[in-house]
Ligand binder design. Structure first.
Ligand code: AP5
Ligand code: ZN
Length: 214
């Protein structure tokens, strides 16, 4: 399966991805995670991306298209992939179509994590992550067994630098202006499935499974 996950910050893309990934043996390509790794390693890519990310703005199309093009060459992506946080502009969606056309494939389904903006601040400000694995927790909705500590490794959890109410505002603005048109782009192709992303995590997982088996 070749899947795209679209939704605003905090809508649950990163939470549902590992579940889908394991069930269908797909590779999970999250541009946000890849960019954050590049920023913390201070690679040339990370240095270019940092300023936009800190402000909650989108990184340039060329940079992210380059990362995805490279990442999709991995053998583990041949069977299928989950794109989490990409494409986020219509230009990115067009470039992705071109890449897939060359391989004779296309996107099978786009999962639209539909949710009201008002719910997202609580989701974002309560989020804690384990950076090396990408595991995500929430102080209220998905607390770790021990506060501030990863359940699996016992390593400390951190909060993302852009998870503040101020930066969330710019991220939401970028979503409505630049990413919502991508949903229309795919809707015209008839591949969009809408999820009720405001529901509890387990219910969203059930909806995802229903869509993917139908
Ligand atoms: P990115 O990392 O993609 O961030 P985002 O899109 O803002 O999405 P989030 O990761 O914040 O949300 P999520 O949907 O994954 O939520 P999660 O599942 O963790 O991008 C970061 C930055 O990188 C961008 O701002 C941009 O600068 C740059 N960038 C990335 N891709 C780019 C691109 N293609 N082009 C240009 N720039 C790009 O859930 C959130 C919290 O809620 C968690 O704590 C979780 O436990 C909890 N939760 C999840 N589901 C539920 C539920 N159903 N009920 C209750 N709580 C829940
Ligand atoms: Zn995410």
């Amino acid at each position: 399966k070749r899947l795209v996950l679209i939704g605003p910050p905090g809508s649950g893309k990163g939470t549902q991805s590992p579940i889908i990934k394991d069930e269908y043996c797909l590779c999970h390509l999250a541009t946000g995670d890849m960019l954050r790794a590049a920023v913390s390693a201070k690679t040339p890519l990370g240095i270019k991306a940092k300023e936009a990310m800190d402000k909650g703005e989108l990184v340039s199309d060329d940079l992210v298209v380059g990362i995805i093009d490279e990442a999709m060459k991995k053998p583990s992506c041949e069977k299928g992939f989950i794109l989490d946080g990409f494409p986020r502009t219509v230009v990115q969606a067009q470039k992705l179509d071109e890449m897939l056309q060359k391989q004779g494939t296309k996107i099978d389904k786009v999962l639209n994590f539909a949710i009201d903006d008002s719910i997202l601040e609580e989701r974002i400000t309560g989020r804690w992550i384990h950076p090396s694995s990408g595991r995500t927790y929430h102080t209220k909705f998905a607390p770790p067994k021990v506060q501030g500590v990863d359940d699996v490794t016992g390593e400390p959890l951190i909060q993302r630098k852009d998870d503040t109410p101020e930066v969330l505002k710019s991220r939401l603005e970028a979503f409505h202006k630049q990413t919502e048109p991508v949903i229309d782009y795919y809707a015209k192709k008839g591949v969009v499935a809408e999820l009720h992303a405001e529901k509890p995590q387990k219910d969203v997982t059930a909806e995802v499974q229903k869509v993917l088996t139908s």
